[in-house]
Design a protein around this ligand. Structure first.
Ligand code: LLP
Length: 432
């Protein structure tokens, strides 16, 4: 039984947002699979899908999952079971989606700066292309006159939790500026292309309904003049709360301010089968993930207390590149007195941290910490920097009482180097 204080300070989400029973299961996973390990809670993913659907009720709707947030095959299968399609941004993501069993017509290929080969590969697979450059649209038209296509527009509105994740507006490389719509129309006519879909994605980690609405209005205005549209894809970008007490995106307000106007738009549009798409990544998986890491070294230096872990920016780069906040809890000593720590990794960079100046229940060497809300853009952005292996991955199944399940083991450093050398020399045991 976990102490009350711990219950209050622990924040891995429950499907219903009440205090979750997952703390003891996280320790169980750390015990069973060691550290560092990413753990995903199936029930949270399913609950997030259900919640978003609930708030989009009444719209002719298709949901896609932006696979870049987390391409773990077990999560992809859960997402597929939930009836979602996928947004993919590379041939690798497309290949994985097809092998997981997503039908080509449930996949949207949104690679930017795609090559001719990538274009032919996607089209050949029967996957719709989402094109965000005029020159690519021209080449697609030359190769496949009469085909269907989706065009990504830049609605001149952008936002997000950090400048690096803003994908709309005048500094963004993404999408065709809405001001160039006339040129889009000319290319469609020239190559007899059918504009099946219009798309936008203005950024990531957005917490403001009014910002989303500003961009949606621009896209709807553009969509008004295309009678044959099958879908309007309004992108992803739905933010999640990372800090204790932070308010989640107000989906009730979202429903009133955006879903209702979309319904009205649909009623007035000439296309009989117009459907709305959204393609969130973070919203479905961020809160489902925790990174379990063990503290190897405690160091008091210059008035600071460093808790040095067996993981780092190689496994979770968000704090380093966005100064992102991830809540950290001490699973091993939940009722210890609060002390202020810098929680750092084992990588040779000063940006290698999970938390700075953070109050955490007293940490002892050997304690297991959980870094929370890392299900999105955690492992998917991890690297082999410093030649340290990736963390293991495990699932907390939704079935009551089910034990944590190992999805992917951690490689030993030796196995990592065997693979590394084999790629370089063709021989795992080479002396180079
Ligand atoms: N659709 C497109 C075309 C995208 O580029 C993205 C994300 C999404 C959908 C999904 O966005 P989401 O719903 O997850 O916000 N590494 C950053 C996030 C970069 C997102 C890039 N594009 C982070 O860790 O915050």
């Amino acid at each position: 039984m976990l102490p009350l204080f711990f219950e209050a300070s622990f924040r891995m989400r429950a499907p219903d947002d009440k205090f979750p029973p997952t703390a003891s299961r996280l320790l169980e996973a750390a015990e069973a699979f060691g550290t560092p390990t990413y753990v995903y809670d199936e029930a949270v993913v399913r609950a997030r899908v259900a919640r978003l659907r609930e708030h989009l009720k009444g719209l002719p709707l298709r949901l896609l999952y932006a696979m870049k947030a987390n391409a773990n095959p077990a999560l992809l299968k859960i997402i597929r079971e939930e009836g979602l399609g996928v947004d993919v941004v590379s041939p690798g993501e497309m290949e994985l989606a097809l092998r997981i069993g997503f039908l080509p017509e449930r996949i949207l290929f949104s690679a930017n700066n795609m090559t001719d080969d990538e274009m032919h590969e996607a089209h050949g697979q029967g996957v719709m292309l989402n094109i965000g450059e005029l020159s690519r649209l021209a080449r697609f038209g030359e190769a496949y006159p009469g085909a269907e296509v989706c065009v990504r527009l830049n609605p001149a509105v952008g936002g997000g939790h950090h400048a690096h994740v803003v994908t709309g507006g005048e500094r963004s490389k993404f999408g065709i500026p809405v001001a160039d719509l006339g040129r889009v129309r000319a290319l469609l006519r020239k190559h007899d292309l059918r504009l099946a879909g219009l798309h936008q994605h203005i950024g990531s980690g957005i917490m403001s309904t009014s910002l989303i609405w500003r961009a949606v209005r621009v896209l709807l205005e553009a969509a008004r003049s295309f009678d044959e549209l099958s879908f309007i894809n309004l992108g992803g970008g739905f933010g999640v709360p990372y800090r204790p007490g932070e308010r989640p995106l107000d989906l009730e307000n979202f429903h009133r301010a955006i879903v209702e106007p979309l319904k009205a738009f649909r009623a007035a549009h000439p296309s009989p089968d117009l459907t709305f798409l959204f393609e969130p990544g973070r919203y479905f998986v961020a809160e489902a993930g925790a990174l379990l890491t063990r503290v190897n070294t405690l160091k008091a230096a210059n008035g600071r207390l460093f808790a040095g872990t067996d993981s780092g920016m190689n496994h979770l780069i968000r704090p380093a590149i966005y100064d992102a906040y991830h809540h950290v809890v001490n699973l091993s000593n939940p009722d210890g007195p609060l002390r202020t720590y810098d929680v750092v990794g084992n990588i040779c960079e000063s940006g290698d941290y999970f938390a700075r100046d953070r109050e955490i229940a007293e940490i002892r060497e050997g304690d297991v910490l959980a870094v929370l809300d890392v299900g999105a853009y955690g492992l998917s952005m991890a690297s082999l920097y410093n030649l340290r292996p990736l963390p293991a991955e495990a699932l907390l199944p939704a079935a009551p009482g089910a034990a944590p399940r190992l999805l992917r083991p951690r490689r030993s450093p030796r196995a990592l180097i065997d693979a590394f050398l084999a790629e370089h020399t063709g021989r795992a045991r080479a002396t180079v």
